[in-house]
Design a protein around this ligand. Structure first.
Ligand code: SIN
Length: 294
């Protein structure tokens, strides 16, 4: 699959509606990823669901979304516009079991270029990481979705495991087409005046600057062990951050928290910064994918 550029919108930020996806496509993202979509409407966790820290964002949204039937109506409205911009659409999906994943995947398939399995949300009981921490469940869900759709299927991995390669191996055996690494790192913030956790869910997932070295290491390990394309995500704010992930083995990157920090035009900015680096070094993007392994 070819993308017009390697800087994509990550799931979870500005992907809640068709019009916000369209806006991100207009801002120059090479691909836009939907908010994770499930079978039925889900209000998510109660507020507060997000807290800004000096090292990133801590969130426990709880997978809020309107359900796949309503969401595909949103996609129907914007897909031609997004296609005209040569921007790809990545459909992030979640479910609690094989049947739910299959149903959502089949419904959304027609509207997206690639499916991203969210088996990594760290704070939605019975969903996300509850699957992605278990190699057998990860395997069976990936295999079931792969059998049901014809678009490529990538799995978004959780770093909240002791052996991520075991999970990746199970997914490779299930014929996953690629990896998205990483989802957020589990964490907590306490309001010391209120003397209790800030998030209503008590704990959540940390994104942003602090998690970049964790993500780079996971991408490095995946590239070293498997011959599958990798989309790097976690703490990418600048072209230099993206290049680190690419040198570790990612062919493309996703940006989430930095949309909030650097603004909607962050995709253009990061692309320009990558281009400047490549010109200075007299290199092409393909030359640096995985170069840190040589
Ligand atoms: C959320 O909706 O709670 C975040 C999704 C995720 O972490 O995968």
């Amino acid at each position: 699959m070819k993308f017009k550029n390697p800087v994509f919108l990550a799931s979870g930020i500005m992907g809640e509606t068709g019009s916000s996806l369209k806006r991100m496509a207009k801002e120059g993202a090479g691909a836009v990823t939907t908010k994770s979509i499930g079978l039925n409407p889900n209000p998510g966790h109660k507020n507060p669901t997000i807290v800004e820290l000096d090292i990133g964002l801590l969130n426990a949204m709880g997978l809020p979304n309107p359900g796949v039937n309503s969401y595909i109506e949103e996609l129907e409205e914007v897909r031609d516009f997004i296609k005209k911009l040569d921007t790809k659409i990545i459909g992030s999906i979640y479910g609690k079991n094989e049947e739910e994943f299959i149903e959502v995947a089949k419904k959304i398939e027609e509207y997206v270029d690639l499916i991203e399995l969210n088996i990594s949300c760290p704070h939605a009981k019975g969903y996300g990481m509850a699957i992605g921490q278990d190699p057998d469940l990860s395997h069976s869900i990936c295999k079931a979705v792969k059998k049901s759709v014809s678009v490529p299927v990538f799995a978004k991995l959780t770093p909240n495991v002791s052996n991520i390669l075991e999970i990746a191996e199970a997914l490779v055996e299930a014929k996953v087409d690629g990896f998205v690494a990483i989802n957020t790192v589990r964490g907590m913030a306490i309001d010391i005046r209120a003397k209790k956790p800030i998030l209503s869910n008590k704990f959540g997932g940390l994104s942003g600057k602090a998690i970049k070295p964790i993500g780079v290491k996971v991408v490095y390990d995946l590239y070293e062990n498997f011959d599958k394309p990798i989309i790097g995500v976690g703490g990418i704010y600048t072209g230099e951050d993206a290049i680190e992930y690419i040198m570790a083995g990612a062919s493309a990157v996703q940006v989430g928290t930095a949309v909030y920090v650097r603004g909607y035009d962050v995709f253009k900015k990061i692309c320009e910064e990558i281009k400047k680096f490549l010109e200075e070094e007299n290199l092409k993007l393909k030359d640096i994918i995985g170069i840190a392994h040589e």
